[in-house]
Design a protein around this ligand. Structure first.
Ligand code: SF4
Length: 219
């Protein structure tokens, strides 16, 4: 029998770590190249490689992206567009009644008279903000709409109503984290990023949101 010395064991461990590092670096490099080309051309190349790659190798890829001068916000925005692209087909096949739209409370007017209930905020259609004008349109299409103060509400309402697809509105980070959460729930979700950030009176492109929430499969 061969006896393995401590030196040999340490050398084997060293090779293993080196191999893993090289493999991860190569994968991150491939992702960097594919991501850069995709972002510059506004198209998604190898999306099925990019999504798991972005999650698994995010830390390493971020270092490489920084070295190549890509902005964090650009990366997050790209990741959201990629998620939407990958979820589009599954989401668009869902019946309107199976879709749920989650709006953040920061879209409301500062003088909003709505009350907080167990279902989220109940809009009184006072028309001080766009929610009042657009919520009926979305509900008219058959989607369920909730104005929620945070992800705890979202998770509870998803458990209660069991939608088959979700549209989530929020700032860049909220949408990114929301899409990661719905991925774990295996729910096709579409993220819509607010056009004005902040904690109060934010804004969203309502026609785009309505178009996404009510999308049908491409002919
Ligand atoms: S329209 Fe609805 S959400 Fe907007 S301020 Fe009035 S009650 Fe609040």
């Amino acid at each position: 029998m061969f006896a393995i010395t401590l030196d040999q064991a340490m050398a084997a461990l060293g090779y293993a770590v080196l191999t893993i590092t090289v493999v991860l670096s190569v994968l991150a490099l491939i992702m960097l190249v594919v991501t850069s080309i995709s972002m510059r051309r506004g198209r998604f190349y190898l999306p099925r490689l990019l999504r798991p790659g972005l999650i698994i190798l995010e830390g390493l890829a971020k270092i490489l992206w920084r070295v190549s001068n890509l902005d964090d916000r650009e990366i997050i925005s790209f990741s959201i567009r990629l998620h939407n692209q990958l979820n589009r087909e599954r989401f668009s096949k869902l019946a309107m009644e199976d879709r749920m739209v989650f709006l953040p409370q920061c879209l409301r007017s500062m003088d909003c008279p709505s009350n907080l209930s167990i279902e989220g905020l109940v809009c009184k259609r006072c028309m001080r903000c766009e929610i009042g004008r657009s919520i009926d349109e979305l509900e008219g299409h058959g989607c369920k709409v909730s104005i929620v103060p945070g992800s705890t509400f979202l998770k509870r309402l998803v458990k209660k109503y069991r939608p088959k697809g979700i549209v989530g509105v929020g700032c860049l980070m909220e949408v990114k984290e929301g899409l990661e959460m719905t991925d774990r729930m295996d729910l096709p979700a579409m993220g819509v990023v607010t056009t004005k950030d902040g904690c109060v009176e934010t804004a969203v492109d309502w026609p785009t949101l309505i178009e996404i929430a009510t999308m049908r499969p491409e002919a």
